[in-house]
Design a binder for this molecule. Structure first.
Ligand SMILES: [Mg+2]
Length: 230
């Protein structure tokens, strides 16, 4: 039996060091004339549609006005993102390549993505980081605005791809934000939290993830990822 291991992207696999946020800001200004209160805004664990709706709402735009413009904002965002990211300026976080290599070598791990990024945005980031082709399936912010609904999306795609079910703790959600732990809980999955980005370790610990790592370079990382007991 396989276990399904679902990785968040930003702050877990890679960092754009703010370049993705700036691409969103430019796209919002082009579309709405303002990026709302984007300075100081926390993107952690949020889906891309959620980010657009929250920032525009705080700038006074009703949801009904924003929703039809999402494709336009995301087209602009992806254009700016692709122009901004290069292999030289997109950082793969410590331990990521090694963990992905180790999982690929095991033969009992189905590896995918569970991210708030829209699919095109995730593909641009992963390509810049040299991580394209590492993830056979994904659940994205373009599938659901609410991250808590993404585990079932990932499981359905995994069932199609690998021909088996991934119930309960046989699915593992790996992420750097509190929202990743909440989304794992909402989907009845194991939560592996990685304090590799902005969320302090203590704030992750407060939500009692099944495992809490300093980074994916931690010696116990692989063991934490492949454990299936809750
Ligand atoms: Mg993240």
């Amino acid at each position: 039996m396989l276990r399904l291991i679902l990785f968040d992207v930003d702050g877990t696999l890679l960092s754009t060091d703010g370049k993705a946020g700036r691409a969103i800001a430019v796209a919002l200004r082009e579309t709405f004339g303002t990026a709302g209160p984007i300075e100081g805004y926390s993107f952690a664990g949020k889906t891309d549609p959620q980010i657009i709706f929250e920032l525009t709402a705080q700038a006074g735009f009703p949801r009904s006005e924003v929703a039809p413009l999402l494709p336009k904002v995301f087209d602009a965002y992806c254009g700016h993102l692709a122009a901004a990211l290069t292999p030289a300026n997109t950082r793969v976080l410590p331990g990521v390549r090694e963990v992905l290599d180790a999982l690929a070598a095991r033969g009992d791990a189905a590896v995918g993505l569970l991210t708030g990024n829209i699919r095109r945005g995730a593909e641009i980031k992963l390509a810049a980081a040299g991580l394209s082709g590492r993830f056979a399936i994904g659940a994205f912010g373009s599938d659901e605005e609410d991250r808590n609904r993404l585990v079932p999306v990932a499981r359905a795609r995994a069932r199609e791809r690998w021909g088996e079910e991934f119930p309960g703790a046989r699915t593992v959600v790996v992420g750097d934000a509190q929202a990743d732990i909440r989304c794992a809980r909402a989907g009845g999955a194991r939560a592996v939290a990685v304090a590799s980005s902005k969320t302090p370790k203590g704030e992750l610990a407060a939500l009692a993830p099944d495992a809490l790592l300093d980074s994916l370079a931690a010696p116990e990382a692989l063991t934490a990822l492949v454990a299936t007991d809750p």
